[in-house]
Design a protein around this ligand. Sequence first.
Ligand code: NAP
Length: 338
Amino acid sequence: MARCAGLKAIRMHRYGGPEVLQLEEVDTPRCGPNDVRISVHATSVNPVDFKIREGMQRAVVWISFPFIPGMDVSGVISEVGVKVTAWKVGDEVFASPSHLRQGTYAEEVVVRASEVAHKPKNLSHVEAASLPLVAMTAWYSLVKSAKLKSGQRVLIQAGAGGVGTAAIQLAKALGASEVFATCSTRNVELVRSLGATPIDYTKDDYRVVARGVDVVLDSLGGEHLVAALKLVKRFGHVSCITPSFPTFARKYGVAGGFFVFLLHAAWLTVSSLIRKQVTLAFVTRFAVGTVLHQLGQLAEQGKLKPVVDRTYPLSEVAEAHRYAETGRARGKIVLTVR
Ligand SMILES: NC(=O)c1ccc[n+]([C@@H]2O[C@H](COP(=O)([O-])OP(=O)(O)OC[C@H]3O[C@@H](n4cnc5c(N)ncnc54)[C@H](OP(=O)(O)O)[C@@H]3O)[C@@H](O)[C@H]2O)c1
């Protein structure tokens, strides 16, 4: 570990509420031969950050304390590892790096060179930091898992959220003929402006309106996942990104909750396959720079526009988490670092 005097990051020393997030002076790991060091301009808050903070992801995300959260970054490369040839000091990049290392709520972060992509030229660092994790999740759900084809019909749950706003635009860019997206009344115009047919869940039943779609991106889990498997057409596909660990963990404990989740997931997968030949996949994003590069190109073409709800300085991260935990963010919450 190399000492970098005066460098700040948000660290947590235990699981708990937003108050466990402390702005502290830190050491940063040395830049390895295949790594790049990024001088962070902006990072973002994702729901997984507060799920990890609470300890509800312990069955699948192993962390050691003190831990720096954060899974998005936009910034400038300040050092390259000796084996790195694709990048140079001064390159503007963005990334959603692997959660297996320390996170991005920091003034500097070291990530694998293979995880970064050029920051889209038309985006600010704030806008760029809002995209990687949610856009890559949408990509792995719709492209890699569902293999969405031009002309297909899609339902995106929580269309006004971080993943939803990216997924709507990605589905349209992939040529989907109709993209339904659920939201509350106040977000109907936002969702429509992104290219979706809004389904206001306070007035209409998406189970009826979106019946027979080819693909569902489910980000709500629980009863909504069961509903997705029922409403999707025969031979259709459901990508679920919210496998309900926190819900099961609260009820049965972390290990018990994971076991119950596995049983539940297996039952849903097999029964929907037998009943309607519907495939179900629990999807996560992988930190792959080449995927992010393609998404960056869509952003430069104006086909993937960031939706930033609020920005907070890094020092006000606890407040940002409190807002994220309301579940009412419209698009993304970004933390500005410099
Ligand atoms: N597997 C993965 O790799 C992965 C990656 C990213 C996210 N996720 C998970 O996916 C979920 C969504 O993430 P996110 O970043 O999009 O969250 P988010 O930005 O916090 O989502 C907030 C949005 O959810 C909407 N919403 C809340 N309840 C709703 C409902 N019943 N029906 C429709 N919309 C509803 C809200 O819109 P209204 O105010 O209009 O209701 C709000 O705009 C989270 O659980 C997250 O942990 C998983």
